[in-house]
Design a protein around this ligand. Structure first.
Ligand code: SF4
Length: 641
């Protein structure tokens, strides 16, 4: 351990290899302390939960010790963008610094890789919505012969639109695996082989949880066995795990399946026209269910209105799926395509049956059955109320050390909320505060005279105060909202007041909005979840973060509602043990957008007086960085002057 600590000190030293490779490197004792804590956990095969405040350099704080100890590692992070950044920027730097031969691989979910089989089938079917789609598919085919990765993010011409992606990528359902005529050239299989051979594999939480969910079902392994698992942005895990340890059946899945039945019937069983008729019936029944659910639906299945036609429409859909299972069974031996459709149809039948009538797995687990409609689609979901059990089982199947890290894991310096959610009671925990000087460089302003968020007039009063602040700050602000409705009201008001440049979530893709925000230097950006975390804008372009209300989850959310009931049944306090800590973590994420570098200065505005007037407000305040507080607009003017 002593040797390892000395080596780490050398690597992070002023004259060390990181310093010579990183232009703005300066040694931070918090980063070295974090690296030592990670090394200790790795050497003793322990679980470590480590919170590293903004600016510590947590990525190198875990990469350097893991690589320096020569361990085989799996690094998982929150999004594909962070995954790319880690693989392309941080990992090569860390590998060069430790100066050891290390093979690294990047592995994404299969939906990111071009599938030769799907592309060829789509081209063969030959019916395209537009000429541009036909042209794009031809260019993808040419590119498929040149690319090494097959990762659609590397396609140089343009971003492949969402509606085209299912035509050229595979799903676990429709992949033919060894039966595929393109198996030896398959990009998904190639990426997985490279991951199996690598010393360090970079994945994202969605892929990791999907892998665990597959293994739980007894299917083959995708991710390699490693000595060390590092889960960055770990605060996102409970929510992501909930999605994967449950079940989802979507309208899109069914329409893809209907289309594939028709395609494969034409190719492999031209005389079985009744399959195409049934596929059309499937699409009709699925569309009927969508119609019965109505727009903007997000409800527990058991709480759908009495007069809803959705339960009957779902039963009708189940009957059509069953008829297709029966019809496909005798045709399946005629070709791999029909065989695959038969298996998929059986699987969706089992899922819908389980959703409507319950199944074996439901006997020993608590799930919430709920449904949501998004645009013209819908999803039927079974979500576990508690992910600690399956998460613990997943870790048990993957022995080695486990490092969970993020800038926001604790509430009032305590980790219980996070560790209980994931069943990590055995973990060591530690925190390293941000090295930034919040006392001098930041100010928290809670304006006077704004009603409680639940009262009439709240949003108007909040926007009055916000406009005053924007005049003083000269724009340069993120206005973050907890609901789309509030965001739309704000957009309307700010447009009427001619606030410019004004960037509103939904007007362009988030990356484009962020680029414009940085370029303009004096813009105001209105956003909800997409901008609440993972966004990094340094310098004066972002000098003010405004949050309308404390970010408690919506009580109308079916999963939250079911979890609240479940906590009550267990004699626990859902507000103190669930809603409050979740909201604290969200607020900390939003606040984390403000100060991104040692030179940054910024004003934090919270329009919700409960931060000061309610007893629980103290929990929020004591979980935030040490930012001075004011209710006086003159102090805001002073701060910017
Ligand atoms: S093996 Fe699966 S993913 Fe690969 S080309 Fe074939 S169908 Fe596509």
């Amino acid at each position: 351990m002593q040797d390892s600590n000395s080596a780490l000190e050398q690597l992070f030293a002023t004259d060390g290899p990181l310093s010579t490779r990183l232009e703005q490197f300066s040694p931070r004792h918090e980063q070295v302390a974090m690296a030592k804590a990670v090394a200790a956990a790795v050497l003793s095969d322990e679980t470590l939960v480590v919170e590293a405040g903004t600016g510590i350099g947590k990525t190198l704080g875990y990469l350097i010790p893991v690589l320096q100890l020569g361990k085989r590692a799996l690094i998982s992070t929150g999004t594909r963008a962070l995954q790319d950044q880690l693989f392309q920027r941080d990992l090569p730097l860390a590998v060069a610094a430790v100066d050891q031969p290390i093979r690294a691989a990047l592995l994404k979910g299969r939906g990111n890789y071009l599938c030769h089989y799907r592309l060829e089938r789509t081209l063969e079917a030959g019916r395209f919505e537009t000429r541009q789609t036909a042209d794009l598919l031809q260019r993808l085919r040419i590119w498929a012969g040149r690319t090494h990765s097959g990762d659609l993010a590397d396609f140089p011409d343009e971003a492949v639109p969402g509606r085209v992606q299912p035509m050229v990528t595979s799903t676990a359902d429709n992949c033919l695996n060894q039966d595929c005529p393109f198996y030896s050239d398959c990009f998904v299989m190639k990426a997985r082989r490279e991951a199996q051979d690598a010393d360090v594999v970079v994945v994202n939480h969605h892929l990791l949880m999907a892998d665990w969910a597959i293994r739980e079902g007894g299917f083959g392994e995708v991710l390699p066995s490693v000595d060390v698992h590092v889960l960055d942005e770990a605060h996102q895990l409970p929510e992501i795990a909930g999605r994967f340890f449950g079940m989802v059946l979507s309208g899109r899945q069914l329409s893809d399946l209907g289309r594939d039945v028709r395609l494969e019937q034409l190719r492999e069983a031209g005389d079985a026209g009744h399959l195409a008729d049934l596929a059309s019936e499937l699409e009709r029944a699925s569309a009927d269910l969508r119609l019965a659910l109505g727009d903007d639906c997000r409800d527990a299945w058991a709480r759908l209105p009495r007069e809803s036609n959705a339960p009957q429409a779902a039963l009708d859909l189940l009957a059509v799926i069953y008829a297709l299972v029966q019809a496909l069974e005798p045709q399946a031996p005629r070709g791999t395509g029909l065989e695959s459709c038969y298996r998929r149809m059986q699987a969706v039948h089992a899922d819908l049956q389980r959703f409507l009538h319950g199944g074996d797995a439901d006997a020993d687990a608590d799930y919430v059955r709920w449904v949501e409609t998004v645009g013209t689609g819908y999803r039927l979901r079974l979500t576990p109320l508690d992910v600690a059990g399956p998460f613990t089982a997943g870790r048990a199947r993957n022995p080695g050390s486990w490092i969970f890290t993020s800038a926001t894991l604790s509430v009032r310096d305590q980790f219980d909320h996070f560790t209980n959610r994931l069943g990590l009671q055995d973990a060591q925990t530690c925190r390293f505060d941000s090295p930034f000087d919040y006392r001098s460089n930041a100010l928290l302003y809670v304006p006077d005279g704004i009603p409680t968020p639940s009262e009439a007039g709240f949003i108007d009063a909040y926007l009055d105060r916000a406009l005053e602040v924007l005049k003083i700050s000269g724009g340069r602000a993120f206005m973050l909202f907890t609901s789309h409705r509030a965001l739309q009201m704000a957009a309307q008001r700010l447009r009427a007041e001619r606030v410019e440049p004004l960037l509103v979530q939904g007007d362009a893709n988030p990356q484009r909005l962020l680029d414009q925000f940085r370029e303009r230097g004096n813009a105001v950006l209105l956003g909800t979840q997409s901008f609440w975390e993972g966004v990094d804008v340094r310098g004066p372009a972002l000098s003010c973060v405004m949050i309308d209300r404390l970010p408690f989850g919506s009580p109308g959310d079916p999963v939250l509602q079911a979890r609240i009931d479940w906590f009550r049944e267990q004699g626990r306090n859902p507000f103190a043990d669930l809603q409050l800590p979740d909201a604290v973590i969200s607020l900390r994420q939003g606040v984390g957008r403000l100060i991104r570098g040692p030179e940054d200065r910024g004003l934090l505005v919270v329009g919700d007086h409960r931060l000061l007037t309610k007893s629980y407000g103290r929990v929020f305040r004591e979980s935030l960085p040490p930012v001075p507080l004011t209710r006086d607009p003159a102090a805001v003017a002073d701060f910017f002057s």
